[in-house]
Design a protein. Structure first.
Length: 249
């Protein structure tokens, strides 16, 4: 089976020299679990200055990325391949989250288009399959968003993370925030590891972790509780948590 391939069309391929040469992304490439290819958009510009932007029709501030180099580049990158999902990193896109990362990790071929300036000429948008945003703010360009998305989805590729359970326990994997983690020493500056984690009773530990996960979510991101399916046991734990919060525990 062919490994997944990610193409990134950008004005600054050097941007990825840092984030793609360390940690999980580096490991994924080294294990041949992922093929990443960077493309300089200016290589498809047809003038001596390698121009990729121009002033907008109708006036206004800023510059707009030209359609000719973008459409030529996208066509060449996708040539000879059946299905390439093309994604434009845009503040107008669907907000990126864990579910989107999991979905993209299942794609065999992705093309990320990194925008700049005021965005793309609208005639390019007909060749875009999806717009994705990191949130309600504006970045200098799409490169940082592309790096974040690749970092998030690479964890779901087979063989990249040694302990798959650690991925499944991550915040947001099951719709809730993670529970607290502790390691040695058991006591540090008067702060102790909870006794329940030391007694070896796995049922008690799992209950504590689930309760702490629910508590973290309730206190930090209560909106998430409206989106997940809670068991009867979860609801009982939430009642306990709310009573403890009211008592100031």
């Amino acid at each position: 089976m062919n490994k997944p391939r990610i193409d990134i069309l950008t004005l600054f391929p050097e941007y990825f020299e840092g984030p793609f040469t360390v940690s999980m992304v580096k490991r994924a490439v080294a294990k041949k679990a992922l093929d990443i290819r960077l493309h300089q958009l200016r290589d498809w510009a047809n003038d001596k200055h390698r121009t990729t932007d121009d002033v907008p029709y109708g006036g206004g501030a800023g510059m707009v990325m030209k359609p000719e180099p973008l459409l030529k580049a996208m066509a060449d990158i996708k040539k000879g391949r059946k299905k390439v999902r093309t994604i434009f990193l845009s503040p107008q896109g669907k907000k990126f989250d864990q579910a989107v990362a999991q979905r993209l990790a299942k794609e065999k071929s992705l093309l990320f288009v990194c925008g700049h300036y005021e965005g793309l000429d609208e005639r390019v948008m007909g060749k875009i399959d999806e717009e994705i945003s990191l949130g309600d703010f504006v970045l200098t360009g799409g490169e940082s968003a592309a790096a974040v998305i690749v970092d998030a989805l690479v964890r779901f590729l087979p063989g990249v993370v040694g302990d798959q359970e650690s991925v499944e326990k991550d915040s947001f994997f099951n719709g809730l925030l993670d529970y607290p983690h502790y390691t040695r020493p058991r006591s540090y500056r008067g702060m102790d590891v909870p006794d329940v984690l030391m007694n070896g009773n796995h049922a008690h530990i799992e209950r504590w972790r689930r309760k702490e996960s629910l508590k973290n979510t309730l206190l930090k991101r209560p909106d998430l509780l409206q989106k997940v399916t809670l068991t009867e046991g979860d609801r009982k734990l939430l009642i306990e948590i709310e009573k403890e919060i009211q008592k100031g525990e």
